[in-house]
Design a protein around this ligand. Structure first.
Ligand SMILES: [Fe+2]
Length: 308
């Protein structure tokens, strides 16, 4: 079965779409939930416990040449990615988001499609860390083993997957990302409309997202991404996004990284199923515990009325 590609719109009228360096400072946003986060913090004399760091790519900045130049990495990682980190740290100081994991900040600030000011910077940090790890010097080609088997199972063939992935990356209007993700969640994730409302689960899907949005907000587990913001390819490819996408697939993708991410995604899905089953059992036991006294009371009433 072919995976679907879907674009999820951002809907918050209070949240301007940021440029490559843009960010909305807390003092400029009147979003009621954002004000609430700040108010709670001032009431608690919140202690600053964490600052996010700019992680370097897992290779030297010139290691992806000639496919992605050192100059591109110097701007893309050294300036754009750095700005997201600096802006997020400024935004969350003194809020209840301070001290949370980056993934939690992304999920919470997505706020059911009505993003809070920190969402764009938080998601862009996560996306770029993930993007650098999606590539390696001498990458590309074709995966093997279980990853290839699952791609062929879910897309019909590796070639079909490549067609879908390239289509998602090239048709994302304006800035955004294309993803290969492992879908192993319930349909209602409580945070966003699921872009693949299929009964099928535990499968790979291709999705595309505008701006900073990523599949974490649907509780999918991403395993590969390509950045299609212009800042990722304009130095090397000018306006030829399709050329950049082809080179990414043919010469840069680290299938080893994608394969290990798939393994982790499957383990995570199994662990979550066990946790959900445990919660279901506890809820069932609570229902039984609550029901038992009522039954006894009814029984005694019945007996009394029978005696009368
Ligand atoms: Fe980027």
């Amino acid at each position: 079965m072919q995976a679907t590609t879907t674009t999820i719109p951002l809907t918050c009228s209070l949240f301007p779409l940021q440029g490559s360096h843009g960010a909305v400072g807390p003092s400029k946003c009147n979003h009621p939930q954002w004000r609430n986060l700040q108010r709670k913090c001032s009431q608690k004399a919140f202690q600053i416990t964490a600052q996010f760091e700019l992680k370097p790519p897992p290779y030297p900045l010139n290691a992806l040449e000639p496919h992605m130049s050192k100059e591109t990495l110097e701007y893309h990682w050294g300036k754009h990615h750095r700005t997201y980190v600096d802006n997020l740290n400024k935004q969350i100081i003194g809020t209840e988001l301070d001290g949370l994991s980056l993934e939690d900040v992304v999920r919470i600030t997505y706020n059911k499609g009505d993003p809070l000011p920190a969402f764009n910077n938080a998601a862009q940090i996560w996306n770029h860390d993930f993007f650098w790890g999606s590539m390696k010097p001498g990458g590309g080609g074709k995966p093997s083993g279980e990853l290839l088997e699952i791609i062929e199972r879910d897309f019909g063939s590796f070639e079909n997957f490549i067609t879908d992935f390239k289509a998602a990356a090239s048709t994302q209007f304006g800035s955004g990302w294309a993803w290969l993700a492992y879908k192993a969640n319930r349909l209602d994730v409580g945070n966003a409309v699921n872009p693949c409302p299929s009964e099928e689960d535990k499968k790979l899907v291709v999705v595309k997202c505008p701006n900073a949005v990523n599949p974490l907000v649907w509780d999918y587990t991403p395993i590969l991404t390509i950045d299609v913001w212009e800042h990722s390819y304009y130095i090397d490819y000018r306006n030829r996004r399709p050329d950049y996408i082809s080179v990414f697939v043919e010469s840069l993708v680290s299938w080893e990284a994608v394969s290990s991410r798939l393994e982790m995604a499957k383990v995570r899905a199994v662990e979550r199923e066990k946790e959900e089953e445990r919660k279901r059992r506890e809820e069932d036991e609570d229902i039984i515990d609550d029901a038992e006294p009522a039954q006894m009371y009814l029984d005694s009433e019945t007996e009394e009325s029978e005696v009368e």
